[in-house]
Design a protein around this ligand. Structure first.
Ligand code: AMP
Length: 418
């Protein structure tokens, strides 16, 4: 069932959204992107003549009530965007009466799901090493089912539009789906878009396919790198990873970020790329700095020969050309992670070169997906977000999907692939 096929007229819909928006110290929203992202789904349901029960988490209250993370703070903003009065349920597990009284067109916002430990389903206050942990976990899983069943009882239909939490098997993101018929549960528009974007990258590949993985460490990206190795034609590894590779190949990397316990892994990646015929593109030169700051003195040096006391903070001019060449002719592009410390304005050139090449390829018909917190921050910083095909809202969820893992939030609705 898709959201477009469903007529919500006279139905109560419980919708899991990601309203985990950043707030300032006065509880004012500083970035409402996530609220705006859910509006198409919410508006479709209201326009059909349905009523809405909106649920979300905010922050990490760890199973306890914490007024600083109350969704009550965003009620009026939600109302403003939906152009209607929003009712608030101060305890998401005790909203049956309010849900029952909802009229078509009515909107009820539930308090932060994570005020209840049952949402995440992890036992609280007990160490994993404790012999009683397994029993506590089992008990919590039962409580999680009850909690999900309570939430499900408020509504006729369940919609999941929270891609950011799709990689978690929480009560509201996955378990709740068990209490709805197959025809009464579906993904929202935002989820559909995210899932289609990942499908484009993983199943419907137009070649050549260039993936650009950057960021600070090899260790956090290894699962994705390994999965991509079977799919891509060109694999650019950049950012802080560059120096682990350079050192593994016998280079001197000075003070550059380097994972000394991952040198073998780096050599293994180089070998696998050769075996699989993947064109692995690594930086050759870099912009080295004499301190980790925007105002540091800089010089362009070989990644294999960085002087003592200096560290590579950005891709050098030759490297930028290499990267751009591997991107420009591509028809499918995935970018995760910056090519340098882009937060410092003087070290953005590598990431900028990548972004510009992606924009050019996209203009020439490539499908480009940018995802994972920092690369999204990058394209936003460069003002290029609307010049790539898709900017994902999901951090961990996107990366797990690209790793080829099944996301519980999606499997709960579509059925498991396994
Ligand atoms: P990640 O969270 O692993 O995607 O890493 C993103 C972070 O990597 C950003 O904050 C960048 O500043 C940082 N980064 C990228 N290149 C380097 C580098 N050469 N040295 C240190 N940090 C880097």
């Amino acid at each position: 069932m898709t959201i477009d096929q469903y007529n919500f007229n006279g139905k109560k819909a419980i919708v899991r959204v990601d309203f985990n928006v950043p707030l300032d110290e006065n509880g004012k929203i500083t970035d409402d992107t996530r609220i705006r992202g859910a509006l198409p789904t919410l508006k479709k349901i209201l326009a059909d003549g349905g009523s809405l029960i909106i649920m979300s988490h905010m922050g990490k209250p760890k199973g306890k009530v914490n007024p600083k993370m109350s969704l009550g703070q965003i009620k009026d903003t939600v109302g403003k965007y939906l152009n209607t009065e929003v009712e608030f349920a101060e305890d998401c597990a005790k909203a049956a009466e309010q849900a029952k009284n909802l009229k078509p067109g009515g909107v009820l916002l539930l308090e932060n799901l994570r005020f209840h430990p049952e949402e995440e389903g992890k036992p609280v206050g007990i160490d994993k090493e404790d012999p009683a942990y397994d029993a506590a976990k089992k008990e919590m899983k039962e409580r999680q089912k009850e909690f999900a069943k309570t939430l499900a009882s408020y509504a006729d239909v369940y919609v999941n539009d929270a891609f950011g939490t799709a990689h978690r098997r929480h009560a509201s993101t996955a378990v709740i789906a068990d209490y709805f018929d197959q025809n009464d549960k579906m993904l929202g528009y935002l989820m559909e878009k995210e899932v289609n974007a990942v499908d484009n990258i993983l199943s419907d590949i137009k070649r050549p396919f260039t993936a650009i993985m950057g960021g600070s460490k090899v260790s956090t990206k290894i699962g994705i790198i390994e999965n991509l190795m079977d799919k891509v034609d060109n694999l650019i590894l950049c950012g802080g990873m560059t120096y682990t590779f350079a050192k593994a190949k016998g280079g001197n990397v000075g003070l550059s970020i380097c994972e000394n316990d991952k040198l073998d892994l780096a050599l293994d990646i180089i070998k696998k790329a050769q075996e699989k015929g993947v064109n692995l593109v690594l930086g050759t030169d870099c912009v080295a700095a004499d301190s980790f700051s925007n105002d540091a003195n800089t010089m362009v040096v070989s990644c294999m020969d960085i002087p003592e006391g200096w560290e590579g903070l950005d891709a050098g001019p030759e490297t930028r050309k290499l990267f751009a060449n591997a991107i420009k002719g591509a028809k499918t592009i995935l970018w995760n992670g910056p090519a340098g410390v882009f937060e410092f304005d003087n070290f953005t050139a590598g990431s900028r070169a990548i972004a510009d090449a992606i924009v050019e390829a996209t203009e020439n018909g490539a499908f480009s997906l940018v995802g994972g917190g920092d690369s999204v921050a990058c394209v936003n910083k460069f003002g290029l977000a609307d010049k790539v095909s898709y900017v994902s809202t999901g951090g961990g969820a996107l990366l797990e999907a690209i790793e080829g893992k099944e996301l519980p939030g999606i499997a709960a609705i579509r059925g498991s692939k396994k």
